[in-house]
Design a protein around this ligand. Structure first.
Ligand code: HEC
Length: 94
């Protein structure tokens, strides 16, 4: 039985890192350029500044949805979630 558990854990890890990689790829293609122009060349400055606006998951989801319009992308719910996950893990930590 433990072997099956390890196999399941492995599968879950593969899928979650694939989702993270997908989130990052989508984010980088659609969101970096405008944020870099706002952040004086550092696209991540918006997420890292001391007075950043987003303080919760609900706010992050709202902001991503809002910025999707600014970026003119039409992501599916799961693509949108992958980007939210990427930003949570990489920058916001909630
Ligand atoms: C056309 C410009 C533009 C594009 C493209 C854009 N954004 Fe933004 N984004 C902004 C602006 C403007 C702000 C707000 C800056 C401020 O509050 O000072 C912002 C802020 C944010 C924040 C909040 C940062 C904080 O203060 O915590 C997140 C998260 C975010 N954007 C995500 C995204 C995502 C994801 C994409 C890609 C789909 C994206 N943005 C594309 C202009 C853009």
């Amino acid at each position: 039985m433990p072997r099956i558990r390890w196999a399941l854990l492995f599968i879950v890890l593969i899928f979650s890192s694939a989702a993270m990689a997908q989130g990052q790829a989508l984010h980088d293609a659609a969101c970096l350029q405008c944020h870099a122009s706002l952040g004086g060349g550092n696209a991540y400055q918006l997420y890292q500044r001391a007075d950043r606006k987003v303080k919760s998951l609900a706010e992050l989801e709202k902001r991503v949805a809002f910025c999707m319009t600014a970026a003119d992308v039409n992501w599916t719910k799961s693509q949108q979630q992958a980007v939210v996950q990427y930003l949570r893990n990489e920058f916001y930590g909630f």
